[in-house]
Design a protein around this ligand. Structure first.
Ligand SMILES: [Fe+2]
Ligand SMILES: [Fe+2]
Length: 335
């Protein structure tokens, strides 16, 4: 990271009130920041691991300004930081689009039910589906320490799924809004504080004694990317359809993955309180995925523009999840 001092420099601005920060950074300094972030992005695009990590770490810290309540002064709203954020977002989106198989978005059928079958078929044919990371490593070989590391990496999506739903539902209506609302209410434990999903997820951190500081330090570039993609798609209204695809696929893939996590948890005899979240989601997420497909995806799939965008978000999820799981495999020889 020392190779890219712009990451630490921009990070040091986050606790300065926005107007004060903008007043202190002149036009020249802002131009220099844009240049440095542009260089970071260019290096990340060549596959430089340190640049990719710095890019995603900085993006996740900037998103923190709008995803977390601050404990003190916050640079949220800074124009200078908005420029940096936008450059990071553009580079992140361009990288995902570059991973799409050429012509794949044109291959989707136009009829909504056929479109949905095509989405599922594409997922089943993808190497991420029943990935050996879950099917072999987590299930049969992972140690308690591996599971500890696993939940740290998963926290960027599971640890704030309710907020992602809250963001993505803005501006929707009808059956889609009701479906997202029902899903959100499940996230809220249907009104039962002890059953709020993020609360249940946090129990795992208690079992493993993981601090917020350790969490950020341990996240890999691909884990940060997963969280950043989810925030990126949920916060922009013009990316609503991409969020529909991205989150729908996240729900659909969860149950089979969590069966393997529960298997590992029981194999290792870890405390029951830490596995409630995963057990619950084996059933609840199959229901969520079915409701999502029926009430959100299919009605939206009447439009060509929406179909393309839903497919794009779905494929971003499949591809980014596959890269993340590949990286998490301890021994490249097994797959
Ligand atoms: Fe949940
Ligand atoms: Fe869910």
């Amino acid at each position: 990271m020392d190779a890219y001092p712009v990451v630490a420099e921009v990070s040091s601005f986050l606790g300065t009130p926005a107007d004060e920060l903008d007043a202190s950074l002149g036009a020249e300094k802002r131009a220099a920041l844009r240049t440095a972030v542009g260089e970071l992005n260019a290096k990340a695009a060549t596959g430089d691991p340190a640049a990719f990590y710095g890019q995603q770490l900085l993006l996740s810290r900037l998103y923190g300004l709008s995803m977390q309540l601050p404990e003190g002064p916050s640079a949220e709203g800074s124009l200078a930081l908005q420029e940096v954020l936008r450059l990071l977002e553009q580079a992140t989106m361009a990288a995902e689009d570059a991973m799409l198989e050429p012509g794949i978005l044109d291959a989707a059928p136009a009829e909504p039910a056929a479109f949905l079958s095509w989405l599922k078929k594409s997922a089943r044919a993808h190497r991420v589906y029943k990935h050996p990371y879950y099917r072999e490593f987590i299930r049969d070989r992972a140690t308690a320490d591996d599971l500890r590391n696993y939940v740290i990496q998963e926290s960027v999506v599971d640890g704030r799924f309710d907020d992602l739903l809250a963001l993505m539902q803005v501006g929707t209506g009808g059956a889609a809004k009701l479906e997202i609302a029902g899903n959100f209410w499940d996230e809220m434990g249907n009104g039962e504080p002890a059953e709020v999903h993020t609360h249940l997820f946090n129990q795992i951190f208690r079992v493993f004694d993981i601090s917020a500081e350790e969490m950020e330090r341990s996240l890999t570039a691909n884990a940060l990317l997963s969280g950043n993609l989810a925030v990126l798609l949920c916060r922009y209204r013009h990316l609503y359809a991409e969020a529909v695809g991205f989150l729908g696929m996240t729900e659909w893939l969860a149950p089979d993955r969590f069966v393997q996590v529960v298997h590992a948890w029981e194999r290792l005899g870890l405390p029951d309180v830490g596995i409630v979240y995963h057990k619950l989601h084996i059933t609840i997420d199959s229901r969520h995925a079915a409701g999502w497909f029926h009430n959100v995806v299919v009605p939206a799939a009447e439009s060509e523009r929406m179909r393309r965008a839903i497919a794009r978000g779905t494929l971003w999820r499949l591809n980014s999840s596959a890269r993340y799981l590949d990286e998490r495999m301890p021994d490249p020889a097994v797959h």
